[in-house]
Design a protein around this ligand. Sequence first.
Ligand SMILES: NC(=O)c1ccc[n+]([C@@H]2O[C@H](COP(=O)([O-])OP(=O)(O)OC[C@H]3O[C@@H](n4cnc5c(N)ncnc54)[C@H](O)[C@@H]3O)[C@@H](O)[C@H]2O)c1
Length: 308
Amino acid sequence: MDKYLITGGAGFIGSHIAESIRSQGHKVVVVDNLRTGFTKNIAHLDVDFVEGDIRDKELMLDLASDAKGIFHLAALVSVPESLQKISECLQINVEGTLNVLDAARETSGCKLILSSSAAIYGNNPQLPKVEHMLPEPLTPYAMTKLDGEFYLRMYSDQWNVPTASLRYFNVFGPRQNPDSAYAAAVPIFIQKALLNEAITIYGDGQQTRDFVYVKDVVAANMFALEKGTEVYNVALGHSATILELAERIISITGSKSHITFKPERAGDVKHSQADVAKFQSLGFVPKYDLNSALVETIAFYEQELLKK
Ligand SMILES: NC(=O)c1ccc[n+]([C@@H]2O[C@H](COP(=O)([O-])OP(=O)(O)OC[C@H]3O[C@@H](n4cnc5c(N)ncnc54)[C@H](O)[C@@H]3O)[C@@H](O)[C@H]2O)c1
């Protein structure tokens, strides 16, 4: 039985990683300050939960001791919030990441996998987004994710800390919070569709996103634990328009919701699609297409509604 540390493990993606590692019989330690996470996300799991902060360096050193790997997901995760709270964003996403890196460095052979983001590509219009293109981060969130990637590389070069960074595109799936002020489109659209309420699209709905299912993101993390030392896009490698997404959700749920349009939001990137060849060439291929992942996700939110 190996030990793994998951920072931000009470969050949406982290809780799925915790589930996966537990199902393989390993010991899981979750550290989370519940900034945007919830203990209910891991309540069904036999994991050691520590309510704590990645900005606490001593705690990180202590929790990482003897760990075989660290999945580092804890972050200030909202792009708009990062613009309002720049220094808090730096403290969590950069200084916190340095604490986690120092903890990995103290633990011989411990591999650190960083949850990075496609936000680092910013407004660079080149499509698809490929790992070696020039990053054009536009916000503190994106800049700090890019910093994290560079620090991982530096710790690896300087001190042989095994690392890999995964640039997620638009992740969705069960347990993604539809109620936060900065919620993503998929859980909001599903919730609206299940309640037969209007679905609002900002802009003309022709903006595209590369949606990837959370179980494939978990698989990517497991894969990166074994293989890979660089930065990799994690996405399907196909994009869908937001309008298409809303229509699919309405069709799968059999909803009576109609779609309404509001003015485009400032700062929204028009198109996003990943080039996934680099991670694929190592052997990683996502299992879920958009439809099968939406069907599973919708089933989860249906159950949640029944509980209310
Ligand atoms: N969801 C996506 O589409 C997406 C896309 C790209 C990258 N990411 C990255 O994936 C990671 C997980 O995102 P998520 O969608 O699960 O978000 P989430 O908000 O559900 O998870 C983040 C977790 O980190 C915790 N946290 C925040 N600050 C902390 C701190 N200082 N100390 C300890 N814990 C702290 C939160 O409480 C939360 O549980 C993040 O790093 C995010 O930037 C997510």
